[in-house]
Design a protein around this ligand. Sequence first.
Ligand SMILES: [Cu+2]
Length: 170
Amino acid sequence: MNSFSHSVLTLLSSVVLSSAWAQAPAPVVVEGAWARASVAGQSGTGAFMRLTAREPLALVGVRSPVAGVAEIHEMKMDGDVMRMRAIPQLPLPSGQAVELRPGGYHLMLMNLKAPLSAGSQVPVTLVLRDAQGTERRIDMQVPVMVRAPAGMASGPMHGHGQGHEKSHRH
Ligand SMILES: [Cu+2]
């Protein structure tokens, strides 16, 4: 995506989501959050969003009542194979958008207690740590979708995210 269309999309999604945060100044702006719908028997799925911190922060954890285990994951090429692994924290530099998207950083919801059905919402809590070492929690309702909403990256390879979530093993 070129920088022009990217900035237009960023602007559009900022407008749509700004009302959700109007009441309280949050330490991080969350845009375009979504979780991928899962089917019966699927143990894990991903949640994605764009995070822009208002001060230097690190994402140090994720919780959701729908998942027995929730982790911060990164994906990296290992030779010819794309692999993912849990990371202890994801730095969120002040004022810099960090994209969690299929094929990149993502929140992994594992040991799902029930399938996530498209059109529903799941509660997700982000655990952030500020420069002083203080933890802060952001509670949100994340819409469950089959694919990325307009304006959010769907990943470098079409359909890759889906296969990745399905093949996930722990
Ligand atoms: Cu993962």
